[in-house]
Write a protein that binds this ligand. Structure first.
Ligand SMILES: Cc1cc2nc3c(=O)[nH]c(=O)nc-3n(C[C@H](O)[C@H](O)[C@H](O)COP(=O)(O)OP(=O)(O)OC[C@H]3O[C@@H](n4cnc5c(N)ncnc54)[C@H](O)[C@@H]3O)c2cc1C
Length: 389
């Protein structure tokens, strides 16, 4: 078994690491303090993403993406995930399912999105549909060659400024017809109701949206009526591995900082690393990171080698569960090792502490991942997770 990174993988890691350290770390405090970055700073980051060939790592070169393997995508997400305030989002990865659009939709949306000329938002969650995404009730009804859409959304990240919102609906009030619509910015009837504040200050919001008699041409459906969930299945694997990779990145950064501090800080006439209580925290975290990286990159390599979609989906849940929980444990310990200084906003571990908490919630909470894993064990047997083939 050869799990070594290839020359290309190492090159991808070097590029992602340099971009993160040179362009993302320097703006973290400003973003956290002001909850936005000056337009020229956003532009510098945007241009750097292109220069470093890190735009649309998840899309094919024919659409303007980097065509990276899943292993390479995880490497990039681990590196950019070390930055705070969701700056990793500045290294844009347009939703996978845009590749399933018509030729016109690919040209109008996917290609500019890969270039970084078009921002996207993905709006599924509703007041009554969180973990239970099947509970979506935003409804589309055909009227001539348009659909009229009514409903409401929440946690619709970035949709207050996005050029394109991918909107999850049902058609004819029928939950068996989940359908994705492509909504252009400025479409009448798409109204931001409220922009609540969140613990993470990333420069974009997670608005609540009222959708009132919004008329959308039938040609704005992505795929077909009823294909909504099918189109997002691959994206779930990608998003869960991305979260796992970011969580590992956060754990690595927090642990490096905490280890550095523990070797510097003196109390009772000794470096605090000499107290076993502190050294054991670092030891536990190092083991967690090693375990998380092992499962993440092993399954990423299996997916690259053609792992069946259902098995990839099942395994991605276990990886998301373990890595997001391990990331949380690692950052929490780093804060503890820093003592009071771990709670100062100027300390990256404090910001990581706010950021990493989210990773256990979005794209399926830890409890939902356990529901998925339990269901898979019932359906396919324990070997799915315990076996090695
Ligand atoms: C900052 C942020 C950004 C987001 N961005 C987006 C976005 O861009 N687009 C989008 O569509 N959504 C987005 N979300 C929504 C996110 O996906 C949901 O928050 C998540 O799916 C959980 O749903 P919920 O918050 O409604 O919690 P609920 O579903 O209400 O869950 C509450 C609690 O109940 C538990 N629970 C629920 N069902 C079960 C069960 N069957 N078994 C055991 N426990 C259960 C959960 O694990 C959780 O602990 C975002 C959320 C946040 C916080």
């Amino acid at each position: 078994m050869d799990m070594a990174l290839s020359k290309q993988d190492l090159d991808v890691r070097a590029r992602a690491r340099e971009l993160t350290e040179k362009f993302l770390y320097p703006v973290e405090e400003e973003l956290d303090e002001h909850d936005h970055l000056a337009a020229e700073k956003e532009r510098v980051i945007h241009d750097a993403v292109i220069d470093y060939r890190l735009n649309a790592i998840n899309h094919a070169p024919e659409h303007g993406g980097q065509g990276m393997t899943i292993v390479q995508q995880c490497i990039v997400n681990e590196e950019v995930g070390k930055s705070t305030g969701a700056l990793w989002g500045r290294v844009w990865q347009p939703p996978m399912c845009l590749k399933d659009g018509s030729r016109e939709q690919i040209e109008k949306y996917l290609i500019p999105a890969c270039k970084g000329d078009l921002n996207t938002a993905f709006c599924t969650s509703e007041p009554g549909a969180g973990s239970d995404a099947g509970g979506v009730r935003t409804n589309a009804v055909l009227d001539g060659n348009h659909y009229v859409i009514n409903g409401e959304k929440c946690f619709a990240s970035s949709s207050e400024y996005a050029d394109l919102a991918l909107l999850t609906t049902i058609v004819d009030d029928d939950p068996k017809k989940p359908t994705l619509f492509l909504i252009d910015k400025g479409t009448a009837g798409y109204n931001i109701r409220r922009l609540p504040r969140f613990s993470q200050r990333s420069g974009h919001g997670h608005p609540e949206v009222d959708i009132e008699n919004m008329r959308v041409p039938a040609s704005q459906i992505l795929g077909e009526v009823g294909q909504g969930f099918e189109l997002t299945k691959d994206w779930f694997v990608e998003a869960r591995l991305a979260i796992a990779a970011r969580s590992i990145g956060m754990a690595v950064r927090a642990t490096e900082l905490a280890n550095g501090w523990a070797n510097e800080r003196q109390q009772f006439g000794r470096k605090i690393i000499e107290f076993q209580a502190i050294e054991f925290m670092i030891a536990e975290t190092a083991s967690d990171i090693m375990a998380g990286k092992s499962m993440l990159y092993r399954v990423a390599a299996e997916i690259d080698a053609g792992l069946e979609r259902k098995r990839a989906h099942a395994k991605a849940s276990a990886i998301k569960l373990f890595c997001s929980e391990a990331g949380w444990r690692a950052v929490d310990k780093a804060v503890q090792i820093f003592g009071g200084r771990g709670t100062m906003c100027e300390n990256p571990v404090e910001r990581l502490y706010r950021d990493v908490r989210l990773e256990r919630i979005w794209e399926g909470t830890s409890e939902i991942q356990k529901v998925v894993i339990g269901g898979q064990i019932r359906k396919r047997g324990l070997d799915m997770y315990l076996g090695w083939d």
